[in-house]
Design a protein around this ligand. Structure first.
Ligand SMILES: *[C@@H]1O[C@H](CO)[C@@H](O)[C@H](O)[C@H]1NC(C)=O
Ligand SMILES: *[C@@H]1O[C@H](CO)[C@@H](O)[C@H](O)[C@H]1NC(C)=O
Ligand SMILES: *[C@@H]1O[C@H](CO)[C@@H](O)[C@H](O)[C@H]1NC(C)=O
Length: 434
């Protein structure tokens, strides 16, 4: 790892401490009297060919996980955006799901007020539009300095603007004051930009949002993973226990709203949606094909329910194991990859991760490749454990009082060779019914 990155982080941390005087703990500053909702970020840019039925398949899967709405990430350059928005709103209305637009300001700009207002005017009162406190939710990716007042004035239905702020301190700017709150994109351990820092994830950025928003609505982000391998961006964030850790943070922080990043961004390997055939391929099939993440929805479901009810821990009704691991140890050199290994991988461990979802304490045993089996006593509830990765098959067993309750083999064999670097993870479920 670069010591420079660590230094950057320490400097950032120090300057933050000087803002606050002392490290702040997570006080749970969210407004508990208001209804809680969970959204998922949906990339419209890869579903130009979607039909109504495709939307319904995705929405039904989201709904059964407890997700209330999709944040529809729209670029301004895609000619199919109007068509796909119309289909999304129609599908959501038909199955009782909700959606809202998330304008992607990598493509929109501050001069697009008229076009953004026209979209809001078209959809703000739609039956499938996500409403919060009686107003139509709208969000962004970046777009920090966009003024929402003219959009509000130009839309006959009230709007509730939750733009992404890249730096929580921007919440004090005039542009931000035209919004109703803010959305954080800082869902992974970072120094605030795209610099890779060691894990685990902390709530330092959430605490800053609470501080600077001064009671306005905070939409926090939750993500299970981050790995990308394009020639324009080639790095990992250190997310190994993030699938459960981030939700535990949400249960103690109790932010007003949560948005999961993402439903279908295969490029950054943080999708939780089902594999579906009809999205277009931006090149990410190289690391996302045959790498299911569905079991993360099983893991997220009790956390989402707990977050919405204000509980401090998830309720588990059935014993399950959710595991995730990479296809190769980090030191393996891939033979056919001109891009080189992603930045940050030296900070990863070579581990197999297992989240036990238990109704009462039990013993988890993992045999990773030819390594000796490792047994770990795990408590009731949801706990993430890890064992050292061994090349070969991955076997998982759960015992309680000498009885085997669950056992199964991981869906992917860890290899000691590769053609292309892949730091995405295979996510699987072992349950009575799987
Ligand atoms: C919580 O939200 C409700 C509904 O918007 C509002 O009336 C109340 O003042 C808020 N309470 C706090 C402590 O912010
Ligand atoms: C996906 O595309 C296939 C082939 O074009 C089509 O038959 C199917 O209806 C589409 N939708 C779903 C949900 O599979
Ligand atoms: C793996 O588990 C050990 C023992 O509980 C823990 O100390 C370590 O932080 C875990 N590693 C990761 C990357 O989560």
């Amino acid at each position: 790892m670069g010591w420079k990155l660590l230094l950057t982080f320490v400097v950032t941390l120090t300057s933050m401490l000087s803002v606050f005087g002392a490290p702040s703990t997570s006080l749970g500053l969210g407004n508990q009297s208001t209804e809680k909702y969970v959204f998922a970020h949906f990339m419209v840019g890869i579903v130009g060919n979607y039909e109504l039925e495709d939307w319904k398949v995705d929405m039904a899967a989201a709904q059964s996980t407890g997700i209330d709405a999709f944040a529809l990430n729209c670029a301004s350059i895609d000619t199919y955006t109007p068509t796909q928005l119309a289909l999304a709103y129609k599908a959501a209305a038909e199955i009782g799901f909700k959606v809202f637009i998330s304008f992607d300001f990598a493509y929109w700009n501050n001069g697009d007020t008229a076009k953004i207002t026209a979209y809001m005017q078209q959809y703000a009162a739609h039956p499938a539009q996500m409403q919060y406190k009686g107003a139509a939710v709208v969000s962004t990716f970046v777009g920090d300095s966009f003024n929402w007042d003219p959009v509000r004035k130009g839309t006959s239905h009230p709007i509730y603007a939750l733009p992404n702020l890249q730096d929580p301190a921007e919440a004090t700017t005039i542009a931000s004051k035209s919004a109703d709150g803010a959305f954080s994109w800082l869902a992974w351990p970072t120094d605030g930009g795209n610099s890779i820092i060691p894990g685990p994830m902390t709530t330092i950025w959430d605490d800053r949002f609470f501080h600077f928003l001064e009671g306005r609505t905070y939409m926090a982000s939750v993500s299970p993973w981050f790995s990308t391998h394009f020639n324009t961006k080639n790095w990992v964030f250190i997310c190994e226990n993030l699938p459960t850790l981030r939700w535990e943070q949400m249960l103690s922080l109790k932010p007003d709203l949560v948005e999961i990043i993402s439903w279908n961004d295969y490029g950054e390997s943080h999708y939780i949606g089902p594999s579906e055939p009809n999205h277009s391929d931006d090149g990410s099939s190289q690391w996302a094909t045959n790498m299911p993440h569905d079991a993360w929805r099983e893991l997220y479901k009790p956390y989402i329910a707990a977050y919405k009810s204000g509980a401090s821990a998830p309720t588990v009704e059935e014993d399950k194991l959710v595991y995730w691991y990479r296809p190769t140890p980090k030191g393996v050199v891939c033979t056919g990859d001109s891009l080189g290994a992603p930045n940050g991988i030296s900070m990863l461990s070579d581990s197999i991760f297992v989240a036990t979802m238990l109704t009462s304490p039990a013993t988890l045993t993992v045999q990773s490749g030819n390594n000796s089996p490792v047994s770990i006593n795990v408590p009731a509830g949801i706990t993430t454990s890890n064992v050292t990765m061994g090349v070969g098959d991955q076997r998982f067993t759960l015992t309680r009082g000498g009885q085997t309750i669950l056992s199964g083999r991981g869906g992917l064999t860890v290899q000691d060779h590769c053609t292309h670097y892949n730091f995405n993870v295979y996510v699987g479920l072992i349950s009575q019914s799987s």
